[in-house]
Design a protein around this ligand. Structure first.
Ligand SMILES: [Zn+2]
Ligand SMILES: [Zn+2]
Length: 502
């Protein structure tokens, strides 16, 4: 993918294009229009009121949300709390185990380090990356975004930071780690005396403050700070001039000429129909590479799924860990781990482990494979259900990491030589590979291609549909929105449509 255009408008400025060839094309940036990332339907979205959200009338996907809270102050307060919780959690102990008078105290770093020492470096790095590095990077990037949000116009570096934040955020798995700690704690209480350290409560606090930071951040309002560049360069090298129009003034252009930025949602109209196979160029607002559909979506998803199925077999056949106690014990697989919890009377926890470790990976593989096959066949059956299922699959995938986290904690804390020792086994690495590969499979799948393949994204026969407006605290529909020119309560967004004049 050619990315040189990314840096062009933002960093060199428009003056540097003075020696470049004269513009050969026009690109129209169209305000008041949004493409649904779930089904690819273009729709009219008016200016939202605080507390309102716009949803797709065809598949129900949320398109835009306007928060009631202060756009920078509220997330900043929670972000500072997150940083405090994070630093305190790093410095305090996670758990102390007492076996026949011998004590062992561990912290957040011990689990990944023990996995590294035992020769399971991949798993140790993965656990360290998603529980220690990713939260730190996410908090740091959030501070940078919020600082940028306080500037009168968004600095040139800010869009890249926001794009990276959105890419990295799913890798911060603090909330899943909390459950991993809980399962490990339950497994330990029947064999020894366990003291929970302050880090557990601090991680609980970190989980809440990071979630609240995300839910109070109004990315759309931050994008509005960023003015659109006056010129941009397409992927074929042509320089294009950008014109700013509102959908109410120009009407709905032909759908095959429209393309939406996958990062900031800005909709542009090209002079020619846009191919799904090539990158169009850089977004004139955020600099993200713009593709009409995620590149090679079907092929990539299929490849990740095949790899995930390959690892799924050893992940379930081989033991994930070995529990040795007073010379007895032995290795057990994921299913045996869940059954053991059941036989110990911890039925809800056993069901949770069974659901997260066995049902979720299988559900992900089967549902994504079904979506791939039905897309190949151009099937129209259950499109809305499939799109909703995709959202669920995309959301629940990270929870399968519970078992990997639990093992990393047990390996760290249960080290009493002949008395009691837990070691990790090959099954755990295979299982971690399944989780990561199914995450990649879901992220590379673009649900809009299901609708394309079924022929649902052609010419808009019924004209431009308005997005459904709801309140996001109650999710009660407020009826379809009306186009801005018929609604007094819907002023036209203008700030983000102005050219970025030097
Ligand atoms: Zn939709
Ligand atoms: Zn963009």
């Amino acid at each position: 993918m050619r990315t040189f255009i990314k840096t062009l408008p933002a960093r060199l400025g428009c003056q540097s294009l003075g020696v470049a060839p004269a513009p050969v094309e026009h690109l129209r940036v169209i305000g008041g229009l949004a493409e649904c990332p779930g089904c690819g339907l273009y729709q009219h979205v008016p200016e939202l009121q605080p507390g309102q959200l716009a949803a797709c009338p065809r598949c129900g996907q949320h398109l835009l949300k306007r928060r009631r809270t202060a756009p920078v102050a509220a997330p900043l307060a929670f972000c500072i709390s997150s940083a405090a919780f994070y630093l305190a959690a790093l410095a305090s102990s996670l758990m102390t185990l007492n076996v026949y008078g011998r004590e062992r105290t561990v912290d957040l770093l011990t689990g990944p380090m023990e996995l590294l020492h035992e020769g399971w470096g991949e798993a140790g790095l993965l656990v360290g990356a998603v529980t220690i590095m990713a939260p730190a990077v996410a908090i740091g990037l959030m501070f940078a975004i919020l600082y940028a949000g306080t500037r009168p116009t968004l600095p040139n570096w800010a869009p890249g930071i926001l794009i990276w934040y959105e890419k990295l955020r799913p890798w911060s798995m603090v909330e899943v780690y909390i459950l991993g700690i809980f399962v490990a704690y339950t497994k330990l209480t029947d064999m020894a005396h366990v003291d929970v350290g302050p880090a557990v409560y601090l991680i609980g606090g970190l989980m809440l403050t990071m979630a609240v930071t995300d839910s109070t951040l109004d990315t759309e309002r931050i994008w509005r700070h960023r003015k659109v560049d006056a010129l941009t360069r397409l992927d074929d090298g042509d320089v294009v001039e950008i014109e700013y129009v509102h959908v109410d003034d120009v009407g709905m252009p032909p759908v095959e000429r429209l393309v939406a930025c996958p990062s900031c949602g800005l909709v542009g109209e090209m002079e020619h129909p846009v191919s799904n196979l090539h990158c169009v160029g850089a977004c004139p607002r955020c600099g993200h590479s713009v593709w009409r559909r995620a590149p090679e979506s079907l092929t990539r998803t299929t490849a990740y799924l095949i790899a995930a199925v390959t690892f799924y077999i050893p992940a379930n056949l081989y033991p994930v860990m070995t529990f040795m106690r007073m010379g007895g014990g032995g290795g057990h697989t994921i299913i045996e781990g869940a059954l053991e919890l059941w036989s110990d009377g911890m039925i809800p926890l056993s069901l949770l482990v069974f659901f997260a470790s066995i049902t979720v990976p299988m559900l992900k593989i089967i549902s994504l494979a079904t979506m791939v096959v039905m897309t190949w066949r151009g099937s129209r059956r259950g499109l809305v259900r499939r799109t909703r299922l995709f959202r669920v699959v995309d959301m629940v995938g990270r929870w399968s990491m519970i078992d990997v986290f639990m093992i990393s904690i047990l390996v760290a804390v249960v080290r009493f030589n002949a008395m009691a020792t837990v070691t990790a086994n090959a099954g755990m690495v295979a299982f971690a590979a399944v989780v990561v590969l199914t995450l990649f499979a879901a992220w590379s799948f673009d649900p809009r291609i299901m609708w394309d393949a079924a022929g649902m994204n052609g010419e808009l026969v019924d004209g431009l549909s308005p997005a459904v407006l709801k309140r996001h605290d109650s999710d009660t529909p407020q009826g379809p929105s009306r186009p801005a020119h018929t609604s007094a309560a819907a002023p036209r967004p203008a700030a983000n449509m102005e050219p970025n004049q030097a």
